[in-house]
Design a protein around this ligand. Sequence first.
Ligand code: ADA
Length: 568
Amino acid sequence: VIRTFQQHNLRPTRILDGLWDFITDPDNKGVSEGWASTFAAGSKKSVVPSCWNNELGTYDYIGAAWYRTYFDTLQDANIRLVFEGILHHADVYVDGQHIGYHFGGFTQFSMILPHLTAGKHELVIRVDNTVDWQTLPTDIADWHSYGGIIRSVELQELPDVYIESMKIDYQLKDDTADVQLQIQVSSLSQEDCQLEVSASTEGLSLSAGPVTIAAGQTTNLSLSGSLANIKRWDVGQPALYTFTVQAGDDDLIDRTGFRTVEVQGSNILLNGKKLYLQGVNRHEEHPEWGFAFPPKLMLKDLDILTELGCNIVRGSHYPQSQFWIDLLDEHGMLLWSEIPMWGCYMSKKTLASPIFIERGVNMLGEMISRDYHHPSIIFWGAHNEIDTRTQEALELTKAFVGKIRSMDASRLVTYATMQPVEDIVLSYFDVIGINKYYGWYEGSVDGFSTMLQDYFINAEKQGAAGKPVIMSEFGAAGIFGDAGWEPRLFSEDYQADVVTRALKIFRDDPRIVGTLIWHFADIRVDVRSDRPNFRDRARSFNNKGLLSEYRKPKLAYRLVKEIYRSER
Ligand code: ADA
């Protein structure tokens, strides 16, 4: 599944998930010698979607692998293949032809095969999860470097003139929404044509037509109107509006919710009301599924977050699946969404690499265009823990923040800094996220108070005084089941002690508008014998979860629940 609702009633769509042929290609023979012989050399089956690093024999495999399936078309048709998520490099071949390449494991991409003849077709994908110093993420990140087709593959049959995209914008005045729709209609036909274009949502119908769509071109159309007596989307009050666009024989359905998000002084306002954010960071990861996280478990994770008393979750550290974000929309839970720009060990050379920057900018673009309509998303996160004391980080920040703002003026732009006291990029953002681990990597929990004082001095210096501050990461490791009288490092007791004492400091400080604990549940990490990084990750897991990787609550979960559910 991709969404929690149907995006097309008229356009025929099929999910191609299931059992595909699969073979790893460590020596990279598939391209030069042909994948037919590669598959013939002994392919296995793999379920799509899944990660190969959860399967026997490929637990640690990093490199290329080939996937193959077949699909039938009953008549000549324009076929669009939609790929929800492939880690990280994907080369797509149909009937032996290379039809495209995509980099980026967590964003959707699609490819069109115009006028494909009726019959049986072979779809082959070369997937490569190799990461290096210029990929996002780079080869050093605090999670397992999974590979595979991690999200669904969909086949769509497009009419010769089809809807490419719809963008919904609105301005709110009290309970009236002035809505603007921008619709792109594309033609695969050799002739111009005329058709009606209409759009509707509960209480509003708009139409344009007949409109001329030039042969082989994309035509941009705008429709606008006012919607009275709207219900606003809010935390715990998830009023949603479904918009259906129809152009000739094609349709596209999407959903949004009406709300405002803004900064006023040091506060964040949602629908004009002050917001205090209580949440956690969450990886979309599970020991049995890797990043191919199943929908059933998403619903359970959401129940656990709600039970914990959260109103926000950070999608650390990459664009999460659309199904998850749909669920957040439907439950009135906020989201901080970001790209896999995990910079803790990143070199200046990486930060300044044009390929790296271009990849990041593209990913931001793909994330924002895919997720623009979700009311749950209030922050776009530009980067996490890069060395924001440097000129390289400053230049990169300009490019990233510029891209975000050019595409979306309706949300706040944030990031997570691990250099709050010396950071030189503060002024580019609406909201500052601070990641610090007193009580774990440095000093004792009391260190937070001194750090905050120094941060506010730096913010003043950087022209960023008064910007809202969120504690976007803090925590400690606690191995599930390791409890005792003495709060030893790595025990559940020690973790609970750090997290609860830190929360007390932050909740008592009126300058802080929210807390995001690191993190929701334990995750698998790449601890490698040839590298110094992450050697403190017992079991090869990041054990700072409030829950174990199987979602069993630790002591910290129970104590945080009491705190998050009490008055500040
Ligand atoms: C960083 C990082 C997280 C995680 C955490 C930790 O803040 O953003 O992904 O690695 O540290 O556990 O050290």
